[in-house]
Design a protein. Sequence first.
Length: 135
Amino acid sequence: ILQLFALDGPPDAIFFDSMVAVGYIFSFFLIIGFLSRISAFAVIVSGLSLIGIVYSWGTAWSHGYNVIFLTMIPMLFMPLGQFFSIDRLLFPKYLDRSYERNRNNGWAIFISVASVSLMYFNAFFFKIITGRGMA
């Protein structure tokens, strides 16, 4: 990926410091429901950039972080900010137009659960097939 941006090595430290600041600020915004979709996207991008750069020079695989991103990416398609949020107070006409209030908004949750379940099933199946992790 670094070669796509014509970089020979990792980015400067200011990039990582800014990604940490973006992550903190937009995580807080996401918790309180301010600019929910933009905040969720910024949290995902900052997290992926920080975790990706940390694990790209090591031999380990980012097991613990994959679960977080597998659940956060489908969250972008959920009705964020629809009910208990600052967005609801600031932009009521926009939210009324943009979301259908029905019970069929759970498909993103189903995709999150299915992707995490498949990841854990893959780990279980790999350990059974290879004999690793068996007592």
